[in-house]
Design a protein around this ligand. Structure first.
Ligand code: HSE
Length: 318
């Protein structure tokens, strides 16, 4: 018998890729994310999803199409409890197609809540593959660079997908991110379709050198090295045309003092890494101005890169 009648978990937004780490790097963003409440119901195998929140009506409700539902079903199958009848209430606070890990936030909160409800048989890291199933349904690719930081918090590196090998990296405490979401929807599946399948050896060398340089920069708090390393040859060149105003906005962010600036995940949001919160706020303002100038409404978030991951925010005992 479960100790809890219902569990509510919150999972944060996240920035994936972080310029030089396409599909392998990401970090959690404080202050925005989805909430999921899971409760056990009478009967068997009738798990259903209920949508609430500002963006609930834009999200598929069918449990096999909803990222929270898919992640929970995959989890229940893996632990041999598919007979359970759960009610999953998804409070969808994040817009879809924002490039801030919206689908990951729903699936991370859902698996975390159900695992807790059932007495935490799995560790938080062990929940990542189920949340990745949510990503597969959302965009056709089970990438982990949003779900890993959403669940674990902070900055994560996916060293390998097969087998899954995820490393949490402690970043400098004064490393902040400015993230600005322009009000345009860009589906990850569309944004992945523009990518090339082949990479030249020359570009592979440059990319892996930058990724390695960036890792060293994080571990040694070397902001100059971070700046030199934050460039992407795999995704950004093909995606730039999908992000209105990207090049001039990045230029303005760098001139203001950002350490690096790129597309957040698959876009359209833009992120910038900065030394200190004050600089991140200044850079966020500049990015907002850039989008406003071209007629796009936008929202800005400023977060420490070492931000918390998924957590329980409410429960009802049996
Ligand atoms: N790594 C993924 C991509 C992140 O860039 O397609 C999607 O948010």
């Amino acid at each position: 018998m479960a100790i809890y009648k219902s569990i509510t978990a919150f999972a944060p937004a996240s920035v994936a890729n972080v310029s030089c780490g396409f599909d392998i790097m990401g970090f959690a963003v404080a202050g925005i994310g989805d909430k999921v409440t899971v409760s056990l119901q009478a009967g068997t195998d009738n798990t259903r999803v209920i949508l609430t929140g500002k963006y609930g009506h834009f999200t598929p409700v069918e449990r096999h199409k909803n990222t929270a539902g898919v992640a929970v079903i995959a989890y229940l199958q893996a632990i041999g409890r598919s007979e359970l009848n759960l009610e999953i209430i998804l409070e969808k606070n994040m817009p879809l197609g924002s490039g801030m890990g919206s689908s990951a936030s729903s699936s991370a909160a859902a698996v975390y809540a159900v695992n807790y409800l059932l007495g935490s048989p799995l560790s938080t890291s062990e929940l990542i593959p189920f949340a990745m199933e949510g990503e597969r349904i959302a965009c056709g690719s089970a990438h982990a660079d949003n779900v890993a930081p959403a669940l674990l918090g902070g900055f994560t590196l996916i060293r390998s997908y097969s087998p899954l090998d995820i490393i949490s990296i402690k970043c400098p405490d004064d490393l902040y991110a400015a993230i600005v979401h322009p009000h345009v929807e860009l589906n990850t599946s569309d944004s992945r379709r523009v990518l090339k399948n082949e990479v030249s050896v020359t570009n592979a060398i440059i990319q892996s050198a930058n990724t390695a340089g960036f890792m060293v920069a994080l571990l040694q708090s070397d902001y100059n090295l971070m700046k030199r390393s934050m460039s992407d040859l795999l995704a950004e060149p093909q995606r730039i045309h999908l992000i209105p105003g990207f090049e001039s906005i990045r230029k303005a962010a760098m001139e203001t003092g950002a350490v690096g600036c790129g597309i957040s995940g698959s876009g359209p949001s833009i992120f910038a890494l900065c030394k200190g919160e004050a600089m991140a706020m200044q850079v966020a303002d500049v990015i907002c101005e850039g989008f406003t100038k071209i007629g796009l409404f936008n929202e800005a978030y400023v977060s420490q890169v070492n931000a918390p991951g998924t957590c329980i925010v409410d429960f009802i005992e049996n």
